[in-house]
Design a protein around this ligand. Structure first.
Ligand SMILES: C[S@@+](CC[C@H](N)C(=O)[O-])C[C@H]1O[C@@H](n2cnc3c(N)ncnc32)[C@H](O)[C@@H]1O
Length: 241
């Protein structure tokens, strides 16, 4: 008789995600760009430039959010110390909301000198100290930016989060996802034991976007990163019409 257990498929990588362990890990990381980028702080400049160019191309084709006027309100999700808010989002939007579960990271935004001017001008909006799996957005957004953080959510949590986010988009707004991509030849996602996250394969990401009723309106690979790093793919998503 065949051994049934040998026929069962292996658990998916996201089954290993443990939020408490992830938060313990991030709480042990220094609140610096080096800490956010795992020892590769020098990629920040090229990353921010790539994001800026990607958004500019989206806005070139947009009748609702053209480059001629600033975006009204955007949100930096899994924001860490606000590296992306400081270096990119605050240059394109009037107000940036923040979602980040680790308080010592958001303290940099709410108390640090680098953000004083933005705070005093009211350009930092609501700061949510929670994980995206728990976040219930109340504002509407022209742009929801998710970078190097969605791997902290299980597949089911990610779909639910995207479904919630989708309803908060203004007409013609975008959800942007910029994440490491698994290069597994069999298309598998990879679990990272260090920060308790999943690196998804492009096929997995596409399947989950589809489940959330989102279509990819633009996508490209980030150029110019060190070869030692995973390829980083950026997706712009909008509700399926
Ligand atoms: C690699 S850092 C990236 C930070 C920022 N997005 C950047 O690119 O500079 C990952 C961030 O995800 C945050 N994070 C961990 N678990 C999360 C969760 N469940 N929801 C949202 N963010 C989470 C971490 O605290 C950390 O700030």
């Amino acid at each position: 008789m065949a051994d049934d257990t040998s026929e069962q498929s292996a658990p998916s990588a996201d089954a290993s995600i443990d939020h408490a362990a992830a938060i313990r890990y991030w709480n042990g990381i220094t609140p610096t760009v080096n800490g956010m980028l795992g020892g590769y702080p020098h990629v920040s400049r090229i990353d921010l430039q790539g994001s800026k160019t990607f958004l500019a191309k989206l806005r070139l084709k947009s009748s609702t959010h053209p480059k001629t006027k600033p975006l009204s309100r955007v949100v930096d999700c899994g924001a860490g110390i606000g590296r992306i808010t400081a270096g990119f989002l605050s240059n394109v939007a009037e107000v940036v909301d923040i979602v980040e579960p680790v308080k010592k990271f958001t303290n940099v935004i709410t108390e640090g000198d680098d953000f004083r001017e933005l705070r005093e001008k009211g350009r930092i909006g609501k700061v949510y100290n929670q994980g995206l799996e728990d976040w219930e957005p109340v504002n509407t957004y022209d742009l929801i930016w998710n970078q190097w953080c969605l791997g902290q959510l299980t597949d089911a949590q990610l779909v639910q989060y995207l479904l919630r986010s989708k309803t908060t988009l203004t007409k013609g707004g975008w959800i942007v996802v910029k994440e490491n991509t698994s290069t597994d030849p069999a298309g598998k996602d990879i679990f990272d034991e260090e920060d308790n996250s999943v690196t998804r394969h492009d096929q997995s990401s596409m399947r989950l976007f589809n489940q959330a009723g989102l279509q990819v309106v633009a996508t490209e690979l980030q150029k110019g990163f060190p070869k030692a790093l995973y390829p980083v793919r950026i997706y712009a998503l909008q509700p399926e019409s």
